[in-house]
Design a protein around this ligand. Structure first.
Ligand SMILES: C[S@@+](CC[C@H](N)C(=O)[O-])C[C@H]1O[C@@H](n2cnc3c(N)ncnc32)[C@H](O)[C@@H]1O
Length: 280
C-alpha cells in the first residue's frame, strides 16, 4: 500500500507534472531524467493513469525551459539563492545543484507534509511551509544577502488577477533586482481548460488570464524573455527529442492559441523608486 494523499484542489494538481516527469524519465531520450519522479509515483497511492494524454509532456517542456533560465542565473551567480514557490514534488534542486547555491522550496502545509515524506533538508537545501501570497518567509530566504532567483511554475495561474498582481508587486518590492520566472496563460488557453484531456481530470481550474506578460511592468516586473512552446529553443531545445522540436516548428506555422498563449516568462524585479509609474 502506497502513501495516501490528502491534498486541497490546487495542491492535487502537483501530481500532473510529477507524472509527466516520471513518464519522461522512462523514455530512452528523456529530457529531465527525473528518476526520483518514477520512485514517487510508485510510492504514492493514486490513479496517475488518468493523466495519460498528449498534453502531459507540456509540464516537462516547461520545466526544461525554467531550468534553463535558472542555469543562466547560476552561471552569473553560482553562490546565489533560488526559491521555488509552489514546488510540489519537484526535484529541480537535484537537477541544478552546483554544490554552491542555496535553495529553498516553499509550498502549502499539506503539500509540504507529503513532500517531507520523500525529501529532507540539508545544509544548502531548506523546505518552508508557506504561501506565495504571504511575505512572512521573505527574511529567511534573504538571509546571506545573495542574489535571488524566484521561480513559480504553474501556481499563480490558479488565483484571480487582483491577487496575482498584488502578490507580484509584493515580490518585486521584497526582492528588488532579483530574477523571477513564472508562466502566464491567455484567454484562449483558459477557455480550453475543460477540453484539455489531462487537466479536465482534476477539479481545480485556472483563473488568471494574462495575454501580455509585458503588462506586468505595472507590478514592478521588467520582462527579460518570454517564450511559448512554439518559440525557437536554441539551447534547451537540443535536449528535446525530435518529435517536440518538429512539433514546435509546426506550431510556429499553425499557431493553435491555447498553446501559444501559454508563456514561460523571465522577469527582473525593479526597485520601487525605479518604476516608471505607480498608476494602474
Ligand atoms: C500544478 S502544481 C505545480 C507544482 C510544481 N511547481 C511543479 O511544476 O511540479 C501547483 C502547486 O502550487 C502549490 N500552491 C497552491 N497554492 C499555493 C500558495 N498559496 N503558495 C504556494 N504554493 C501554492 C500547490 O501545493 C502545488 O504544489
Amino acid at each position: 500500500m502506497g502513501e495516501t494523499v490528502s491534498l486541497g484542489e490546487v495542491q492535487e494538481t502537483l501530481l500532473i507534472p510529477l507524472y509527466g516527469r516520471a513518464h519522461d524519465a522512462q523514455r530512452r531520450n528523456s529530457i529531465l531524467r527525473d528518476t526520483k519522479a518514477i520512485e514517487l509515483v510508485a510510492a504514492i497511492d493514486y490513479d496517475f493513469t488518468k493523466f495519460r494524454g498528449p498534453t502531459l509532456s507540456g509540464a516537462v517542456l516547461r520545466a526544461s525551459i525554467f531550468d534553463e533560465y535558472i542555469r543562466g542565473f547560476l552561471a552569473e551567480h553560482p553562490d546565489g539563492t533560488v526559491v521555488d514557490l509552489g514546488c510540489g514534488l519537484s526535484t529541480r534542486f537535484d537537477r541544478l545543484d552546483n554544490g554552491r547555491l542555496r535553495w529553498f522550496d516553499l509550498d502549502l502545509p499539506d503539500t509540504m507534509a507529503l513532500r517531507r515524506k520523500f525529501f529532507s533538508d540539508s545544509d544548502r537545501y531548506t523546505m518552508i511551509n508557506g504561501s506565495i501570497l504571504e511575505n512572512d518567509w521573505y527574511e529567511q530566504v534573504r538571509e546571506g544577502g545573495k542574489p535571488v532567483f524566484l521561480v513559480s511554475e504553474a501556481v499563480l495561474l490558479y488565483f484571480p488577477a487582483d491577487t496575482v498582481h498584488r502578490t507580484l508587486e509584493q515580490l518585486a518590492t521584497g526582492f528588488p533586482g532579483s530574477r523571477l520566472a513564472i508562466d502566464t496563460g491567455g484567454k484562449a488557453m483558459m477557455k480550453s481548460q475543460d477540453r484539455n484531456p489531462v487537466f479536465r481530470r482534476v477539479p481545480a481550474r485556472m483563473q488568471w488570464i494574462c495575454d501580455d506578460p509585458g503588462t506586468l511592468a505595472k507590478c514592478g516586473l521588467r520582462l527579460l524573455e518570454s517564450r511559448d512552446f512554439a518559440s525557437p529553443q536554441p539551447s534547451v531545445g537540443r535536449l528535446w527529442p525530435r518529435r517536440y522540436r518538429v512539433g514546435s516548428k509546426v506550431m510556429r506555422v499553425v499557431l493553435p492559441p491555447p498553446v501559444t498563449t501559454y508563456k514561460l516568462n523571465l522577469f527582473e524585479a525593479v526597485a520601487d523608486d525605479e518604476r516608471p509609474s505607480r498608476n494602474r
